[in-house]
Every structure is written in structure tokens, then in C-alpha cells.
Design a protein around this ligand. Structure first.
Ligand SMILES: [Fe+2]
Length: 195
């Protein structure tokens, strides 16, 4: 990794340079538990990607589903709770295009959107997800929700969010990490620019 991307103007974060680095990070750090849930980070990622593939979505969105919480694995401390989606998008920006990084970046705010437009949604969230919603800013007001969904890739982020919410089942069978890495290989972007 190289120190190139930033969360804010004064915060440097590492950026993955290749899909191989990303796969290694998933393998190395994926054994940690996923927040307050009953699954590991890697199991959660594989469940989310399996749900996306079963839904027949694009390879880019399957890849985003697999990698949407990479910022959790790379982050440190409480700050990652609110910033992990932004961090994840930055981590992926040299390997993937916006069809992958934007659903990742927007998937936390998609929860705030869904709470605003679906009165039954909040009640379906896990306790850990309800708690993190508070840290993440709570449900959007109507005008915020309208602005959110008008952004490019916000609809994909909403789909990703719903798989994310469902991908917390202990012991659920999924396809393998190798299977999803091959899908990701098909959508990665070649960067020739160096910084
Ligand atoms: Fe997640």
C-alpha cells in the first residue's frame, strides 16, 4: 500500500494497489467479528456477495458487496464506525472504478435513506446496526433522502445495503473468496497514473 488517499484534507490513509493486496487483506483480517454480529468480517463479506450474485446484479455490484466493509478491516477505533464507508471507497479507488467505489462509499448513508422512506425498515435492523445508525447521523429528513437517492450509484448502494443487512447469519453457506476475487478481477481498472 502507499500513502496517497485522504478521508479529509488532513487525514492520510493507505490505498490498495492491486486486487491481490485486497484479497490478502480480506484473508488476513477477515477472522475478526463483524461489529456486534454473530459472523466474522469475511463470512459477512461472502454472504453479502453471494446475495448480490443470487440477485443477478452486475459483476461490479457483486464486487462492491464483497468489499463494502474493507474500511472496517483497515480502520482503527471508534472513528471507523462513521467513516468506514468513505475509507473503504478510498482504499479501493486505485483498483476499481466508481461503479464499485460509489456503492461502497454510499452504503452507510443508504441505511439513513431507507429509514426515511420505509417505515418498517428500522425495525428489521440488528441491534448493532440500530446503534451504529445513531453514530452515523440517524435517519435522513425527507429532503436529505431526496438528495441522497438522486446521486449516481445511490440505487446500487441501497441494494447493497439490503444485502448487507441480511448477511449476518451464523453458519450460512456461501461461495468462496476465490470465486468472488475472480469476479472482481473482471471489473478492476488498470491505473497507469502514479502520484
Ligand atoms: Fe456490512
Amino acid at each position: 500500500m502507499t500513502q496517497t488517499a485522504t478521508i479529509s484534507a488532513d487525514t492520510l490513509v493507505p490505498t490498495f494497489e492491486s486486487l491481490d493486496e485486497i484479497g490478502e487483506a480480506l484473508t488476513r483480517r477477515g477472522s475478526a467479528l463483524y461489529g456486534g454480529e454473530a459472523v466474522t468480517q469475511l463470512a459477512h463479506a461472502l454472504q453479502c456477495a453471494t446475495l448480490a450474485e443470487d440477485a443477478g446484479c452486475s459483476q461490479a455490484l457483486i464486487t462492491a458487496a464483497l468489499l463494502h466493509d474493507l474500511g472496517h478491516m483497515a480502520g482503527q477505533g471508534d472513528d471507523e464506525q462513521s467513516a468506514h464507508s468513505e475509507l473503504g471507497a478510498r482504499l479501493l479507488a486505485r483498483v476499481f472504478g466508481r461503479n464499485v467505489t460509489e456503492p461502497v462509499r454510499l452504503h452507510v448513508n443508504a441505511k439513513r435513506y431507507l429509514c426515511a422512506v420505509d417505515s418498517t425498515y428500522w425495525g428489521t435492523l440488528s441491534e448493532a446496526s440500530k446503534q451504529s445508525l445513531v453514530w452515523q447521523g440517524g435517519p435522513y429528513a425527507a429532503d436529505q433522502a431526496k438528495r441522497f437517492i438522486s446521486q449516481p450509484h445511490a440505487d446500487d448502494a441501497v441494494r447493497l445495503r439490503q444485502w448487507d443487512d441480511a448477511a449476518k447469519v451464523s453458519g450460512l453457506a456461501t461461495r468462496s473468496l476465490a470465486h468472488f476475487i475472480e469476479i472482481a478481477r473482471g471489473v478492476q481498472v488498470k491505473h497507469t497514473r502514479t502520484e
